[in-house]
Design a protein around this ligand. Structure first.
Ligand code: NAG
Ligand code: NAG
Ligand code: NAG
Ligand code: NAG
Ligand code: NAG
Ligand code: NAG
Ligand code: NAG
Ligand code: NAG
Ligand code: NAG
Length: 634
């Protein structure tokens, strides 16, 4: 994750750079970072030059095609990653890196951070630690100008199956190679050729996440092209209707591919194939705004403060015996270090703006998830313990259980029960795994989330507003019971519970209610808004921000609203939901739209959402326009 302020600036610059064009010439794409500059003849520059030189010599000495290097120094460390395309031979790899090193130094002469992409290789450096860190922004893509004109849905189905099987194969690669190529037969006598690759330092889930995000950039819903390349710092994908890689790179897949012969699902999405003409030039370049980036951009525009304020004494008094109880919840740092293999990259499950999460195994065999807070709040130890105790008191079948905490020196860790099935986003947005979630399961998940939220809002002793409800915060246990995670962390991170626009906005673009995104105001209704977005995502299998890329401004809410207005809400339903009550699905869409209405007061409470979900007879009010819908849409 890129840190907030720099991301905001970076995105603004990216937007300004929209005019830039990328022609077939070398390099294909260059990105000069906006984190900061070094001064001429500084140690940083010397380290960088040495590093770039050693990339070339290392590549000459070792033909693996992946290189992670760093020039150390306490304050002037430079880290670099170089990656050659998996089918490129040692000589070509070396010559590509030999070209890229001087080129990037010339093109980004003062920037501490830069990335250069060629057809055959990628080189990236930063003063931050980039090894084993998944980074899917910035994203760049360019495409073949030829449109897919006939049988677009079938073409997309074949393409999706191909990309998904390649993604799974690449992600399960080893620590020196995460790469896969393949082909598939598409309609109109076309053969599709696909290639996906991650930097092999990533873990399997990191690689998978990066590729899911890159595959999501393919214009599935408008003007599909006969070829496209998407590059991000940690992974890249490409498909074409002609062979563009070395056929010796084919390998027999370890297991039969996942139902490649399954019949293409019926076209359900009529609106999307209507063209949105965005191309000009031989190769068009789009710059996409990843969801997180945009949220940070908004946050940046709010000029929110980076330094967190001191905890206000606005939490409830904790009874003395519970404070004593805190000792029993306290874990020893060495225990947690041992459990997580000293917070090893391999155990890292995720990274957020304020924390990283690791999987761990206690000596007794119990699996745990450890959240390591990375922000120093200047919060006293006792205050931290009090907050942990309050959060630990929240226990519900649909909430992830907080087992304890650890507090030593500057380390602040929260220890949770571990949920084996990872999070909801890994299922609903994944074309293959989403098939496991039939309508029955999805209904149970929707109701479970609503129950957990109701508990937070109404039933627990303290009212908790989640503020960052999203698919990746819904964990699934072995029975696929949804468990809300990250609740109450707003209390631990954001210490000012008043309605105050200057306090830090936690949240994710695409899920944030307008009053919260723009004014920092939050209430139970901001959570209802996020719930509504989540509901629409669960039914459609689409990310709320899936459409938020350079050429189309239509996000899930706009799409849902437009179809609702045009009387075609069934366009929204995930094609994988072939069985199940259509009426109930449409009712869920209706409820989702009620939750995302622009006016806070119009949104239902969670309690009424649950009663609307459970009773199918009563009529629902008509929704008004959701927030963030483009004004041009009536
Ligand atoms: C990288 O450089 C930026 C800008 O000079 C600085 O703010 C940041 O702290 C540096 N990061 C590291 C890890 O040194
Ligand atoms: C870094 O240098 C570039 C090019 O000279 C300049 O446009 C940019 O504003 C500088 N950035 C910072 C943070 O000083
Ligand atoms: C950096 O060093 C070069 C030669 O070593 C010199 O020409 C140049 O003036 C120096 N620049 C600065 C800003 O000191
Ligand atoms: C490079 O990767 C190896 C493992 O492949 C690791 O041991 C080493 O620490 C890494 N180097 C850097 C500078 O991150
Ligand atoms: C690397 O580039 C230099 C010129 O920049 C050239 O002289 C040298 O032969 C190249 N080496 C390889 C292996 O391509
Ligand atoms: C592809 O479609 C776009 C928009 O519909 C159109 O402008 C463009 O000319 C088409 N390209 C070709 C090669 O037909
Ligand atoms: C990684 O996998 C590749 C094949 O994909 C194989 O050639 C290579 O030897 C493997 N490397 C290690 C370290 O296992
Ligand atoms: C498609 O891939 C298979 C291996 O999976 C390979 O044997 C075959 O030659 C490829 N077809 C084309 C047209 O490249
Ligand atoms: C989609 O369009 C086709 C013809 O283009 C039409 O037959 C079909 O009814 C439409 N489907 C929906 C859901 O509007």
């Amino acid at each position: 994750m890129i840190a907030p302020p720099r991301s905001a600036v970076l995105l603004l610059l990216l937007l300004l750079a929209l005019a830039a064009s990328a022609h077939g010439a070398d390099p294909v794409k260059l990105f000069c970072g906006t984190t900061g500059n070094f001064t001429a003849n500084s140690t940083y520059q010397a380290n960088l030059n040495a590093l770039l030189a050693s990339v070339v010599t290392t590549a000459a000495a070792d033909g693996h095609g992946f290189y992670n290097l760093s020039a150390s120094g306490s304050t002037n460390a430079v880290n670099a990653i170089a990656l050659c395309r998996g089918d490129v031979g040692a000589t070509d790899c070396q010559s590509c890196l030999n070209d890229s090193a001087p080129q990037v130094a010339r093109q980004c002469p003062v920037q501490k951070e830069a990335i250069i992409w060629y057809d055959n290789c990628m080189l990236r450096y930063s003063n931050q630690s980039i090894f084993r860190a998944m980074e899917d922004s910035p994203v760049f893509s360019w495409w073949n100008l030829n449109n897919v004109t006939n049988n677009v849905d079938q073409f997309n189905q074949v393409l999706r199956n191909l990309m998904d099987s390649l993604r799974e194969r690449a992600a399960s690669g080893n620590s020196t190679r995460k790469f896969a190529v393949g082909n598939a037969t598409a309609p109109n006598f076309l053969t599709l050729f696909g290639l996906v690759q991650c930097t092999p330092d990533l873990s399997q889930p990191q690689c998978d996440d990066c590729l899911v995000s890159a595959i999501g950039q393919i214009p599935w819903f408008s003007n599909q092209k006969q070829g496209e390349t998407v590059v991000t710092p940690s992974c890249n994908i490409r498909f074409e209707v002609y062979p563009f890689f070395d056929p010796s790179a084919y390998e027999s897949p370890p297991s039969p591919p996942q139902s490649p012969s399954s019949p293409p699902s019926p076209p359900t999405n009529n609106a999307s194939t209507k063209g949105k003409d965005t191309n000009s030039g031989r190769m068009a370049l789009i710059i996409t705004i990843p969801a997180v980036g945009l949220s940070l951009l908004i946050a940046g525009m709010l000029c929110f403060r980076l330094r967190s304020r001191r905890l206000k004494k606005n939490f409830e008094a904790v009874p003395v015996d519970e404070i004593r109880n805190a000792e029993s919840m306290q874990y020893d740092l060495n225990t947690i270090r041992a459990a997580t293999d000293d917070f090893s990259g391999a155990n890292k499950l995720g990274q957020g703006g304020f924390s990283a999460v690791y999987k761990g195994t206690l000596a007794n065999g119990q699996f745990i998830a450890v959240k390591r807070l990375s922000v120093d709040l200047g919060q006293g130890d006792q205050e931290f313990k009090n907050e942990v105790l309050l959060v630990a008191r929240l226990q519900h079948q649909n909430l992830v259980r907080l087992l304890g905490f650890c507090l030593e020196g500057r380390e602040r860790l929260l220890i949770y029960e571990f949920e084996p099935n990872s999070s909801l986003d890994h299922f609903i947005f994944d074309p293959v795994r989403s098939r496991q979630l039939d309508w029955e399961r999805r209904q149970k998940i929707i109701v479970g989330i609503a129950r957990g939220l109701l508990y937070l809002h109404e039933d627990s002793q303290i009212r908790i507003i989640h503020r960052d409800l999203k698919a990746s915060n819904i964990l699934l246990d072995a029975e696929m019971t949804p468990k809300i995670s990250d609740f109450g962390t707003a209390r631990l991170f954001v210490v000012d519970q008043t309605r105050d626009a200057t306090s830090r906005v936690v949240g994710t673009y695409g899920y944030m209610a307008p009053e919260y995104a723009m004014h920092g105001l939050f209430s139970v209704k901001t959570d209802v808004f996020s719930f509504g977005v989540l509901l629409l995502e669960i039914i459609s299998g689409q990310k709320s921000c899936r459409f938020c890329n350079g050429d189309t401004t239509e996000d899930l809410l706009s799409y849902a609203w437009r179809n609702w207005r045009e009387g075609t809400p069934s366009n929204l339903i995930d094609p994988n939901l072939a069985n199940g009550s259509r009426t109930k699905m449409l009712r869920c869409i209706h409820i989702g739209l009620l939750c995302v209405q622009e006016v806070e007061a119009d949104r239902p409470t969670v309690w009424s959402v649950i009663s609307m979900l459970s009773r199918n007879s009563n009529t629902l009010p008509l929704p008004s326009r959701p927030a963030f819908v483009l004004r041009s849409i009536p």
